[in-house]
Write a new protein. Structure first.
Length: 240
């Protein structure tokens, strides 16, 4: 097995005296989809924000074997990490195209043009709405725009925080099909999801997070067949 593209070892994050993430370790192999499932408040978003450098943490985060501990957010982006946050954080008063162009701010004009063309091929709906203000988009379109903006920077690891949140089932299916298609281009994906059923269907490996700790891990197909996981996360529609 090749070396992980991202390795997190003994990561802990505290808000004051409250430890939101406790001694978490996980690894993502190149070109794979890894999911972290768990109920709301389990610490999943905190874990992603710490990996991106948004929150201070103890423990070790390494990208292709190189420690990231001393690197800021922009330096991590420069290495090839990208985070699509749960709230999507788009510029609502700017057009779809301008939001996308901002995502490629580190690249040359020629690279931005090429990336924009690729994003429009992957998300035809964004091309149709390229001049529309981001604030007027539907929830599904906003998620597509957030993902497209992250892809403009040509990331090698894409971290997605609850990409299905608040979306209709048909749109959720579309988003997960896009996630699978991204892996085929060589992008590694760390997927944080409450929709455990959908996440386990597309992931290679899965971790279960409860109250800030990893309580189970293994091949996604194996966890999907685990009676405890079925009872806790896959009953009645599979949205924990």
């Amino acid at each position: 097995m090749s070396a992980p593209i991202l390795a997190i070892d003994g990561l802990s994050v505290a808000y004051g005296k409250v430890e939101a993430v406790r001694n978490v370790s996980l690894a993502i192999q190149p070109g794979s989809i890894v999911t972290v499932i768990g109920a709301n408040g389990a610490g999943k978003t905190t874990l992603l924000n710490a990996a991106m450098g948004i929150l201070p943490a103890t423990g070790r985060v390494a990208f292709e074997g190189a420690a990231l501990d001393r690197l800021g957010i922009e330096e991590r982006v420069g290495l090839g990490l990208a985070l699509v946050p749960e709230r999507r954080e788009l510029f609502g008063s700017m057009s779809v195209e301008d939001n996308l162009i901002l995502g490629g701010f580190r690249t040359t004009a020629a690279e931005r043009a090429q990336s924009l063309a690729q994003v429009f091929i992957r998300f035809p709906r964004l091309k149709e709405r390229r001049t529309q203000l981001a604030g007027t988009l539907s929830g599904g379109e906003r998620q597509m725009l957030a993902m497209g903006r992250a892809l403009m920077g040509k990331p090698r690891l894409l971290m997605l925080d609850e990409p299905s949140l608040g979306l209709a089932p048909l749109i959720v299916r579309d988003i997960f099909e896009i996630i699978v298609s991204l892996r085929k281009t060589g992008v590694s994906i760390l997927l944080v999801e409450q929709n455990a059923r959908a996440a386990l269907q597309v992931a290679d490996h899965a971790y279960v997070m409860e109250l800030g700790e990893i309580t189970a891990q293994g091949p996604a197909s194996q966890l999907a067949a685990d009676p405890r996981i079925i009872e806790s996360y896959l009953g009645l529609g599979g949205t924990a």
